[in-house]
Design a protein around this ligand. Structure first.
Ligand code: 5GP
Ligand code: ZN
Length: 112
């Protein structure tokens, strides 16, 4: 997708601090971290949001969650706990319209 920053990361055109990759997913550190651990998990292919991934390619949606769980284990937070967030649409706080999961962990996260 032209002008999509996460497509550019997936293609290698823009560098990112990669922490995991699979055939269908990529995980890299957020440029502006909101927690001690803040990793983004994306599908390599462009979808506008997580719901669109699940509708078109449920295996890739599941792979995003599996990749996130693997990153949590590698970062040492699988047991202490972590949060997965998928902001969807402008009203949901989404600013990059390539599907992604935020993996947040570290110091205790606030409840809501
Ligand atoms: P959203 O607000 O769409 O849920 O999350 C987008 C996230 O992408 C934000 O947390 C933002 O900091 C991150 N982000 C935006 N551009 C880049 C980039 O070029 N590289 C990386 N690593 N993260 C980015
Ligand atoms: Zn994209």
């Amino acid at each position: 997708m032209p002008d999509c920053v996460f497509c550019a990361i997936a293609s290698g055109a823009i560098p990112a601090d990669l922490v995991a990759e699979t055939d269908t997913t990529l995980a890299f550190r957020d440029l502006d971290p909101k927690a001690d651990v803040h990793v983004l998990v994306i599908p390599r292919a462009h979808f506008d949001n997580l719901g669109a991934v699940a509708a078109a390619d449920p295996a890739t949606a599941a792979a995003m969650i599996t990749t996130a769980a693997g990153v949590a284990a590698a970062e040492g937070v699988a047991d202490s706990g972590y949060r997965l967030i998928a902001n969807t649409g402008a009203g949901g706080g989404q600013t990059v319209f390539h599907a992604h999961l935020h993996l947040l962990a570290g110091s205790r996260l606030p409840g809501f």
